[in-house]
Structures are given as structure tokens and as C-alpha cells.
Design a protein around this ligand. Structure first.
Ligand code: IMP
Length: 202
């Protein structure tokens, strides 16, 4: 019997961000996988000391797999702004400050852009699957787009209201969740997880 089965078919999501947990649960539900968040299990949130999205995703996933004895999926993601040399990148959550105020974080991007002509940006997501025996695998997804000001829409989270994906006219904040899930960085990383197969995670 796999550890996944012993957990009652639940995969631990190593995130304390309710917006992300909701999106991941939505993305996994059609594949017969239900999730439980690390926050719900009372697992501590490790410090993100990695220098890349992948390093942070591995750190969060392996830490939670170790602490819970269950298979874990972790997500490390953020927005990389070309004219800011890829910032805020892995610091995307930290730019929102202790109050996790993304109005402040979006204002900082706009301020630092200082009228730059190049408003291109990309959301990047690295997913890491980890097992209690120390194994792990990573999967990366990316969506390119343009930043708008002022921010628009209240349907998403984080930097969604200022990001218009390539080829579109609505921001992620204005799009229905299903439309965002069809093209997002997280959905693209998920497609790679699904291509690998999820039978051993049920
Ligand atoms: P972390 O991966 O938990 O360190 O934080 C990633 C941060 O990047 C989030 O808190 C959001 O601010 C931002 N982010 C990641 N994915 C998205 C997204 O799909 N929409 C909007 N913001 C996102």
C-alpha cells in the first residue's frame, strides 16, 4: 500500500497561501486527487532560502514530506519583470510585505518601472513533488504577458490584476478561474505533472 493510500487519497500541498491552495485543488480535482494544505496539518512554513524558484520548491516539498510522512506537492512561483532584470522573481511574495498587501507590491512594480517602454513580464511556476523517502521531481511552467496600470479585476490573487497574458486583453484578475487555469504558468507546470502520471499520488 502506498503512503498516498494511507493518507486517504490526499496529497499535501506545501503552501500557506489560500489562493494557491484553491487553484491547485481545482486543477487536481478532475484527476481524482484531493488535497490538504500544510497549514491545515499544522506544518511549519520553512524559510525560503533558495536562490531560484526550483530550489525553493524543493525545499518546501522535501521539508513537508519529511515532517508529514506523506507525498507532497509544493509550488514556488512569482512574476519576473523584464525591465527590472527579472525582479521581483523569487521575492514576489516578500514585495507584499508582512501584511501580504499586493496593492503595495503592484505599486512598487509600477514605481520601479518608472515609465519604461518595455512592460513585458512572465509568471513562472515550479512545482515539486516529494516523497517521505527523500525522492523528488520538479516541473516548470511559464506564461508571458504585459503589465497594465492601473490594476484591473478582483477574481485572482497576488499580481493577477496587473498582468495581461500574451494574446489576450483581460488581466488574470478579470478572467474567470477556468480561463486562467487554461493558460497559466501553474496550469502549464501541472500539465507536466499530469503527463508524468498521478497514479502513485492517489
Ligand atoms: P511563493 O511562491 O509562495 O513564495 O509566492 C509567490 C508569489 O508570487 C505569490 O504570493 C504571488 O504574489 C505571486 N504569484 C504567483 N503565482 C501567481 C498567480 O498565479 N497570480 C498572481 N500572483 C502570483
Amino acid at each position: 500500500m502506498s503512503v498516498g493510500r494511507m493518507s486517504g487519497g490526499k496529497l499535501v500541498i506545501a503552501s500557506h497561501n489560500p489562493g494557491k491552495v484553491r487553484e491547485i485543488a481545482d486543477l487536481l480535482a478532475p484527476h481524482g486527487l484531493s488535497v490538504v494544505s500544510a497549514a491545515r496539518l499544522g506544518l511549519p512554513e520553512p524559510e525560503e532560502t533558495g536562490a531560484t524558484f526550483a530550489e525553493n520548491a524543493i525545499l518546501k516539498a522535501t521539508d513537508a514530506a519529511n515532517a508529514s510522512g506523506l507525498p507532497v506537492l509544493a509550488d514556488d512561483s512569482g512574476i519576473c519583470v523584464a525591465a527590472l532584470g527579472g525582479q521581483p522573481g523569487i521575492y514576489s511574495a516578500r514585495w507584499a510585505g508582512p501584511d501580504k498587501d499586493f496593492t503595495v507590491a503592484m505599486q512598487r512594480i509600477e514605481r520601479e518601472l518608472a515609465g519604461a517602454a518595455d512592460r513585458s513580464a512572465a509568471f513562472i511556476c515550479v512545482l515539486c513533488l516529494a516523497w517521505p523517502d527523500g525522492r523528488y521531481e520538479t516541473f516548470e511552467g511559464r506564461v508571458d504577458g504585459t503589465l497594465v496600470w492601473p490594476p484591473r479585476g478582483t477574481k485572482g490573487f497576488g499580481y493577477d490584476p496587473m498582468f495581461v497574458p500574451e494574446g489576450g486583453s483581460l488581466t488574470f484578475g478579470e478572467m474567470d478561474p477556468a480561463a486562467k487555469h487554461a493558460i497559466s504558468h501553474r496550469a502549464r507546470a501541472f500539465a507536466k505533472v499530469l503527463a508524468r502520471g498521478v497514479a502513485d499520488l492517489r
